[in-house]
Design a binder for this molecule. Structure first.
Ligand code: MN
Length: 212
């Protein structure tokens, strides 16, 4: 995606039907083409009269939100977060059913949670515990320790100096068409489409950035 304003909605890294039968084609169209597009449009709209902010990256805007002009601050948090979180979510899925048991991330999950089942249980518990709209994340903290955290609305964990590895969007628009109000069924299906190779690469980048 563009490094800075005007931000664009990047195409999905796979076909709209690639995640079937777990995440349906219609939801992917709606979620990517309408919901994410709206966040992109609203973010650009918020920044259009602020040339001094138009060279900042998405991460810089979100991370330094407390220094933004107060009239656009919440809009940038909401819409910049909406762009960041959705791209992170879409990029973190694939149809390859990767269940890699190799690499640093798998080792770290085993160390932190003892067994993959315990990790899945813990992740699901957090995804179900998001009240209203938000996300559940697998992150690394500043010591590289794995954590599962929740975020509300379009907040992102990068503002708490947490390094994101994997995320599930639990806003109702992410699952309502297929799963109605059954968030748990959606979470179970999401586990089938997590791209663990991608998550593993992000984890290794998180660790490398801490050692700089
Ligand atoms: Mn969403």
């Amino acid at each position: 995606m563009n490094e800075h304003y005007p931000f664009v909605n990047p195409p999905l890294p796979y076909a709209y039907d690639a995640l079937e039968p777990y995440i349906d084609t219609k939801t992917m169209h709606l979620h990517h083409d309408r919901h994410l597009q709206t966040y992109v449009d609203n973010l650009n709209n918020a920044l259009k009269d602020y040339p001094e902010l138009q060279n900042l990256s998405l991460e810089q805007l979100i991370y330094n939100a407390d220094r933004l002009p107060s009239v656009i601050r919440q809009s940038v948090i909401n819409n910049g977060g909406g762009v960041y979180n959705h791209i992170f979510y879409f990029d973190g899925m694939s149809n390859s059913e990767t269940r890699s048991q190799a690499g640093m991330l798998y080792t770290a999950i085993m160390e932190e949670f003892g067994a993959t089942e315990r990790f899945y249980d813990e992740f699901k518990k957090n995804a179900l515990a998001v009240f209203g709209s938000g996300y559940a994340w697998l992150v690394a903290d500043k010591d590289g320790k794995l954590k599962i955290v929740k975020s509300a609305n379009q907040d992102t964990p990068i503002v708490q100096n947490l390094c994101p590895i994997a995320v599930i969007d639990v806003w109702e628009h992410a699952y309502y068409l297929k799963h109605y109000n059954e968030r748990a069924a959606y979470v179970d299906n999401w586990f089938h489409v997590v791209d663990w190779n991608h998550a593993g690469e992000l984890y290794e980048k998180c660790i490398a950035s801490m050692q700089r």
